[in-house]
Design a protein. Structure first.
Length: 212
């Protein structure tokens, strides 16, 4: 999987988790509706039973002839009223319990998904940063290869003269001239050696040495 695929998958996961958290937050009232509707239905049935029971007791009270019957019917009416109020309290308590349980469950799910969103966002951001750096490194031109530094050496004038074309020619001419001069001196000495009478001591000492 390439770095671009990882970046796309991370962004998609972050969007899915964020959408799930938002969906749970918006769907909480709809999830409570079944419990609310059920509680209202039970309350209506309890009211109907109570109304029917009270009607029957009132009819019995109207038909009663003795004091004992009247007392018994009124006691039954009080019991019916107490039963009705207890049933309404039970319905309200059940509805509150369901609402609280659902709220805790939805809160835990939302917290878990929020943690996943944070972790996924952090991982996705890290992948995006690494991918961006990877792309930038790939787009940069290669660095030029630098040649190793060489130590500077002081070249003498004679060496510079030797390496230059004009200097080399000049040195060759000077060497040729010294060679000719040495030959002339050698010939002169040989002549003087053959005719020592024609050469004075002064002239002999004035002759340059070979190589001067």
């Amino acid at each position: 999987m390439t770095i671009f695929n990882l970046m796309s998958v991370s962004v998609l996961i972050i969007l899915l988790l964020a959408g799930t958290v938002l969906g749970i937050s918006l769907a909480a009232p709809d999830l409570l509706n079944p419990y609310t509707s059920q509680a209202k239905a039970e309350q209506m049935r309890a009211e109907t039973r109570h109304f029917d029971a009270m009607n029957q007791l009132e009819e019995q009270l109207a038909a009663a002839k003795t004091e004992a019957e009247i007392t018994t019917i009124r006691h039954n009416m009080e019991l019916e009223e107490a039963r009705y109020q207890a049933e309404l309290a039970r319905i309200a308590a059940d509805q509150k319990y369901y609402q609280e349980s659902l709220r805790i469950k939805l809160g835990a799910q939302q917290m878990f998904l929020s943690v996943l969103v944070i972790l996924g966002g952090t991982a996705g951001l890290a992948i995006i940063l690494v991918g961006t750096r990877f792309v930038l490194v790939r787009l940069q031109p290669p660095a030029p290869v630098t040649a190793p530094k060489q130590s500077l050496r002081q070249v003498s004038s004679a060496a510079r003269l030797h390496h230059s074309p004009n200097g080399y020619e000049q040195m060759r001419i000077q060497a040729r001239q010294r060679e000719l001069l040495d030959r002339q001196i050698m010939l002169q000495r040989m002549k003087n050696a053959c005719n020592p009478s024609k050469t004075t001591k002064e002239d002999y000492q004035k002759l340059p040495l070979a190589g001067d």
